[in-house]
Design a protein around this ligand. Sequence first.
Ligand code: ATP
Ligand code: MG
Length: 262
Amino acid sequence: MSNAVKFTIDGLKATVEGKEILKGVNLEIKGGEVHAVMGPNGTGKSTLASTLMGHPKYEVTGGSVTLDGQDVLEMEVDERARAGMFLAMQYPSEISGVTNSDFLRSAINARREEGDEISLIKFIRQMEGKMKELEMNPEFAHRYLNEGFSGGEKKRNEILQMMMLDPRLVILDEVDSGLDIDALRIVANGVNSMRSEERGFLIITHYQRLLSYIKPDYVHVMMQGRIVKSGGPELAERLEKDGYDWVKEELGIVDETVGQEA
Ligand SMILES: Nc1ncnc2c1ncn2[C@@H]1O[C@H](COP(=O)(O)OP(=O)(O)OP(=O)(O)O)[C@@H](O)[C@H]1O
Ligand SMILES: [Mg+2]
């Protein structure tokens, strides 16, 4: 019996401070699939990520989200994480006073039953192994979470968290922004090493470049708080070459952003 993941977003609508930002998002991610979400600035991509993770600012006003048949929208934030959802944020927060390794170990243990916590030795061995894979300086284990990390260091650290937490649904929001050329390859290798039937990926990016390393199965374009167009990897290539105007023309969209109207 395979343990393939199944993640379904159906007609998801959400508002922030009374403004509707997500206007009916539909997406299905099945075992092993990588879905890329692209789209101009301010079209709702990060809002989708935050809403899926249960950020309290975003109020769901319609639709459903299920992970392996479980109702995600009914879950608290920590339950979503325990169910296997993981978000690498566009702007990771800095937490002073909590070291990276303490944070990671707590996050891992929060997903385990009481009495079944990961042993310190096993944890350290795992973390050291993953940090090596990501070519991270070991000192990052002991630094306060993201504090003073460079942009690229934060992104690499998000990928470390992903690798340690072994999630079922991975959402990466612009994980490529700020990465130098070598770091991009290292991060992409990290993601690729995690690809399996037991995991699905939703990767938000502006650039085809990341997708030449992490080959997506599907590419979606978000505009006006909806997925307005879907295709294969060739869609990302066309967008890189021609921009978004042709999509707007094809669909009769004048203003692709959301939330501008009163
Ligand atoms: N907490 C918030 N308060 C007010 N407005 C918000 C909030 N979150 C999102 N919005 C608005 O919703 C719209 C969509 O924002 P979102 O961050 O989802 O865009 P995006 O597609 O991720 O853009 P980018 O490519 O620039 O990251 C924007 O107009 C934004 O200002
Ligand atoms: Mg964003």
